[in-house]
Design a binder for this molecule. Sequence first.
Ligand code: ADP
Length: 244
Amino acid sequence: GGAWNDYLEIRGLHVEFDGFVAVKDIDLTVMHGDLRFLIGPNGAGKTTIIDAITGLVPATGSAMFGGEQLLGRKPNDIVKLGVGRTFQTASVVEELSVVRNLQIAEGFRKKTREFFKRPDTVSQNLLDLMDICNLTEDADKPAGILPHGKKQWLEIGMLLAQDAHLLLLDEPVAGMTPAERQATGELLRRVSRNRTVIIVEHDMEFMRQFADSVTVLNQGQILAEGSVEEIQNNEEVVRIYLGG
Ligand code: ADP
């Protein structure tokens, strides 16, 4: 990681569904080390942008990460380029232990013959990851019995295990307790130091506390971009989105 081109550069991204323009010709650059929040009213196009750059919906334009074009590739190939994504609902394998979930994620990117084989020892990389993600004491528990917050941390850990350098997170703190939110923010701050992180979020307090930068989307277009302070003082943003 940390290559000179380890950042996301979107140019002229455009997505239509049966003639309905969901994302209209947007430019968006997110630098390495940035914890970027993507906010905006329901239907603004936030999820569609993430879907487009992870290969789930067809799009035109350009989305470069690590010097590679993401558009036009299959989702699995995009994962192998270091792009990882979480969904609002946790997608861990509930029956398997925390460490086994992480081992599967680790094996996926390597794509070796070892993929289906259970490694006898846990790699130092995964021990470090569990430490960072507050999961050390839960290593051998089935993922399904983890409380909601820890399931989300396991998902983030799985992205790290698959060596994602661009993390796309959909409402990571939804349904969390205040203590879990705080821990998640600290985790993401740490993770974003040497990665590129985009968080789709509705929780404005969480954004205020942890965002390095914010992009506001409205009706498929970028309405504003800047620091939390700049966004909060932007009259158009306040009127359209933060108002009330
Ligand atoms: P957000 O994530 O900001 O709430 P979305 O990206 O989910 O917004 O949606 C943007 C717009 O695109 C919405 O009007 C939504 O109804 C529409 N849309 C999203 N996905 C599809 C789809 N698969 N087919 C048709 N319309 C869609």
